[in-house]
Design a protein around this ligand. Structure first.
Ligand code: NOJ
Length: 702
C-alpha cells in the first residue's frame, strides 16, 4: 500500500482533473509542442534548456499549487550531455570493475553534477540484460548476468539518491534487451520463467534500493506491449514488488500504441490503455493531456487511478524539494571538479580488461612506439553514446572538453620516448583507407612496437543501431594483419561501445585490452596500465563469442545434450567468457571449504578459499562464486553467479576470502513459476576468470 502524507493528500484533493493530467505529462524541451493551456502546470520536462529552467519554475510557482516541474535528463554515465561535466565510463565499461562501492560513488557524483545543473531526475540505470550482442544498446547495460546487473544497479541507485538530490529511473521495464534478433524495441520471445528468473531480480533490487521511478520498455512480451500490460506494470511491479515510485513511459510509447504497435485505434484509446495498465507519466506525446482529460471525463480512466498516479509523482517531487524547495542544491563549481575527476580516474582504471598477454605487457625497454588506429585519438568512441556529441542533438563536430584524454594523448603523457601516430584506417570504410594503411605501415616500420587502437564508434552503438554482425567494422582487421606482417609486436586496444567478435584480431595481437567506452580518462588509464604503472583488475561482464552467428553466448545457459554447445563449423563458441580478465599478478586458489556440509534450507553457510598472489606485483583479484543445483526437476543453468568480491593482495601474500551464502538464494522457479528451494546437492564454484573453477559441495536439507 502506497504511503502518502497529509500535505500531498491535501494538494490532490484540491486539484482539478486538468491539473492532475498536466502533472502526468512530460514534454521535451528540445522538440515538439504541447497542448496544455497553463504551462506552469506541466509535470515534467526532459532535456530542459539552460535558458528555460528558471522560466518554467517561475511559471509553476505562479500556479495555484506551486508544484515545480521535475526536469529529467539522460545522465547515464555522468552528466555527460553537458560539456564540462564528468564523463564516466559507460555502464558496460563500469561493470568490468565488479565494484559496487565504486559504482555507488559514480552515482553520487553524477547526482551532484546533475542537480548543480538544475536537473532533478536521471534516466538511469539501464537494467536490461545484454544477452544478444546484435542489440544496439548493449553498451548501456551492466552486461549479461542477473546478479551483477542487480548488484551494480542497486549500487548506482543508492548513489544517485543518497543525498536526496535526484531521483533514479530503473529502465526499461521489462525485457527491452531481449528483443527478438536483437532488433531494438521489438517483440520478445521470453517466457514468464525467463522474465522472472533473469530480468525481474534487477528491478526487485532497484525497488528494494528505493528507486523513485521506473521507465516502461518500448517492446512487448508475448505480443503484449509493455505499455499496456496491467500484469507487468501494476500486478507485478507495483503490487508484487511493492514499487511505490512512479512509472514513466519511454519516449512516445503511448503514441506508438497507435502508429507502431497498432493495438489502439486513436490516442484517447492508447492513453486509456497505458494509464489503466499502470503508467503514471507519459513521455513526449503531444495530445496526451487532452486525451487523458477526455478519457477521465468519459469515465474510461477513473479519478482514483488518476489520483494514484499523481500521488506517486507528488511524493517523489516532495522528496526532491520541488514542492517546498527544502533541498540544499550543490554549487555549480562541483561540475567536473578535481575530486570527481579522481573518482573517474579510478573508474577508468578498473574498467580495462586484459584479454591476452603473451608477455608484451607491461611495455618496457622500448624507445619508439607507433600508435596506430582510428580510435587512438577519438574521444567520441571513447565516450560512447549519450554525451554532448550525441544528445540532446547530434553534434559530432563539438570540440572535446580540455581535460579528456584519448589513448594517444595518454601514451604521450606517460611515455618519455618517441611516439609516432597514424590513423591507419577509418572505422567505417572510406575512400582514403588504402592511403591511410600505407602511411600506418610506414610509421610502424620505424617503431619498436605497435599499439593498435581499433574498435567501433557511436555510429555503431545506440538506439536504432543494431548490427547483424557485430565484428570489428571496416578494414581494421586487415590493418592489423598488414602490420603483423612487418614482424612487429602488436598490442591491441579495442575501444568499443559493445563487445565485438575478436577472432581475427586475436591472431595478430601479442596482447589485447578490451576497453569499453571508458569516458574522459580512459586514455590516461590505458597508458598507465600498458606501461605497468598500474595493474589490471577488470573482468568481462559479457561473453565475447568466436563468431557473431553463435549468439546467444551468455555463460549461464542450460546443458546441451546433443551438440555439446557448438556447431560443426564453430566448435568453440566463446573466445572470452563472462568473468574473464588477466592481471600482472597471478592468483592461486587453494583450500576451498565450507563451514557446513549439510545446510538446513533457510540457514546461511560460509565458503572460504585461500588466495595467494603468486607474483611480484600487488594486485586486485575479482573472486566469483557460482553455484549449480546438480539435479533439479526444472532445467538449471550450467552455473549461476551468486556472489563476487574484489580483493586486493600484496605481492607474495595470501588471504582467506569468505563468502556467506543464504541458502534461500539457491532455489528455482517450479513448473508453475513459484519459487522454491529443494533439498539436495549444490555445487559451488570459485573462479577468478570464468574459465577455471575450484569446487565445493553442500547438501541442502529440509
Ligand atoms: C528513449 C530511450 O529509450 C530512453 O532510454 C531514454 O531515457 C529516453 N528516450 C529519453 O531520452
Amino acid at each position: 500500500m502506497l504511503k502518502s502524507n497529509e500535505r500531498v493528500e491535501r494538494i490532490i484533493s484540491n486539484m482539478t482533473v486538468e491539473e492532475k493530467a498536466a502533472q502526468m505529462q512530460q514534454v521535451s524541451d528540445t522538440c515538439g509542442k504541447n497542448t496544455i493551456p497553463d504551462k506552469g502546470t506541466i509535470g515534467s520536462y526532459l532535456f530542459t534548456k539552460e535558458e528555460n529552467k528558471e522560466k518554467y519554475i517561475g511559471l509553476a510557482k505562479e500556479t495555484r499549487h506551486g508544484i515545480q516541474p521535475i526536469f529529467g535528463i539522460d545522465a547515464i554515465h555522468g552528466h555527460a550531455c553537458l560539456k564540462g561535466a564528468t564523463v564516466f565510463p559507460t555502464q558496460l565499461s563500469l561493470a568490468c570493475s565488479f565494484d559496487e562501492e565504486l559504482t555507488e560513488e559514480v552515482g553520487a557524483v553524477t547526482a551532484r553534477e546533475v542537480r548543480a545543473d538544475g536537473h532533478h531526475w536521471v534516466f538511469s540505470p539501464v537494467l536490461c540484460m545484454a544477452r544478444d550482442l546484435r542489440w544496439g544498446r548493449v553498451g548501456e547495460t551492466f552486461g549479461e548476468d542477473t546478479e551483477l546487473v542487480s548488484r551494480l544497479g542497486a549500487a548506482i541507485i543508492r548513489g544517485y539518491q543518497r543525498d536526496g538530490l535526484v531521483a533514479a529511473c530503473a529502465k526499461h521495464y521489462i525485457g527491452y534487451g531481449e528483443a527478438t534478433g536483437g532488433r531494438d524495441a521489438y517483440d520478445t520471445q521470453i517466457t514468464e520463467r525467463r522474465a522472472r528468473e533473469v530480468l525481474l531480480p534487477a528491478f526487485r533490487a532497484a525497488v528494494n534500493a528505493g528507486c523513485m521511478s521506473v521507465m516502461t520498455a518500448y517492446g512487448s512480451i508475448d505480443a503484449t506491449p509493455l505499455t499496456t500490460s496491467h500484469r507487468w506494470m501494476t500486478e507485478i511491479l507495483k503490487e508484487e514488488l511493492g514499487f511505490d515510485g512512479f512509472v514513466v513511459t519511454d519516449w512516445t510509447n503511448v503514441e506508438f500504441l497507435v502508429n507502431g504497435q497498432h493495438v489502439a485505434e486513436n490516442l484517447e484509446e492508447a492513453t486509456e490503455m497505458a494509464i489503466n495498465a499502470g503508467n503514471d507519466m507519459s513521455m513526449q506525446v503531444e495530445g496526451f493531456y487532452d486525451a487523458l482529460v477526455s478519457a477521465v471525463r468519459n469515465g474510461r480512466v477513473s479519478e482514483e487511478r488518476l489520483d494514484d498516479a499523481v500521488r506517486r509523482i507528488l511524493l517523489v517531487k516532495e522528496k526532491l524539494g520541488l514542492i517546498d524547495e527544502n533541498i540544499c542544491v550543490p554549487e555549480r563549481s562541483v561540475i567536473g571538479c578535481e575530486e570527481h575527476k579522481m573518482l573517474n580516474h579510478r573508474a577508468a582504471l578498473e574498467s580495462q580488461v586484459l584479454l591476452k598477454n603473451d608477455g608484451a605487457l607491461p611495455l618496457r625497454g622500448v624507445e619508439k612506439i607507433a600508435v596506430i588506429g582510428p580510435n587512438a585519438d577519438d574521444i567520441k568512441a571513447q565516450y560512447g553514446d549519450w554525451t554532448y556529441f550525441t544528445h540532446p542533438e547530434n553534434n559530432p563536430d563539438a570540440t572535446p572538453k580540455d581535460d579528456s584524454v584519448t589513448v594517444l594523448s595518454g601514451i604521450r603523457e606517460s611515455f618519455a620516448g618517441e611516439v609516432i601516430y597514424a590513423k591507419g584506417v577509418n572505422v567505417t570504410p572510406a575512400e582514403n583507407d588504402d592511403e591511410l594503411i600505407l602511411k600506418a605501415l610506414d610509421a610502424a616500420r620505424n617503431a619498436d612496437v605497435v599499439i593498435a587502437v581499433i574498435g567501433d564508434d557511436t555510429s555503431y552503438n545506440g538506439e536504432w543501431k543494431d548490427r547483424a554482425n557485430p565484428t570489428v567494422p571496416g578494414r581494421q582487421a586487415e590493418l592489423l594483419k598488414r602490420l603483423s606482417e612487418l614482424g612487429k609486436k602488436i598490442i591491441t586496444v579495442v575501444v568499443s561501445g559493445r563487445a565485438l567478435v575478436l577472432s581475427e584480431v586475436k591472431n595478430y595481437s601479442s596482447a589485447i585490452i578490451q576497453s569499453f567506452s571508458s569516458g574522459d580518462l580512459g586514455g590516461k588509464a590505458l597508458a598507465e596500465l600498458i606501461f605497468g604503472k598500474e595493474n589490471f583488475s577488470a573482468r568481462l561482464p559479457i561473453s565475447i563469442p568466436t563468431d557473431a552467428a553463435c549468439a546467444p553466448t551468455y555463460y549461464n545457459q542450460y546443458d546441451y545434450w546433443h551438440t555439446r554447445g557448438g556447431y560443426i563449423d564453430a566448435k568453440k563458441m566463446i573466445d572470452y567468457p563472462f568473468g574473464f580478465g588477466l592481471s600482472y599478478s597471478d592468483f592461486v586458489y587453494s583450500d576451498v571449504t565450507t563451514d557446513k556440509r549439510c545446510v538446513k534450507i533457510g540457514d546461511k553457510f560460509t565458503l572460504s578459499v585461500d588466495v595467494k598472489n603468486d607474483s611480484d606485483r600487488d594486485g586486485t583479484d575479482v573472486l566469483q562464486l557460482y553455484y549449480r543445483d546438480t539435479v533439479c526437476k526444472i532445467l538449471r543453468p550450467v552455473r549461476s553467479l551468486i556472489d563476487f568480491k574484489r580483493v586486493s593482495i600484496k605481492a607474495g601474500e595470501s588471504v582467506r576470502v569468505d563468502f556467506t551464502v543464504d541458502s534461500i538464494k539457491l532455489g528455482y522457479l517450479d513448473e508453475s513459476c513459484k519459487y522454491r528451494v529443494d533439498a539436495g546437492e549444490i555445487k559451488l564454484f570459485v573462479s577468478g576468470d570464468g574459465t577455471s573453477f575450484k569446487e565445493a559441495i553442500i547438501n541442502l536439507t529440509e
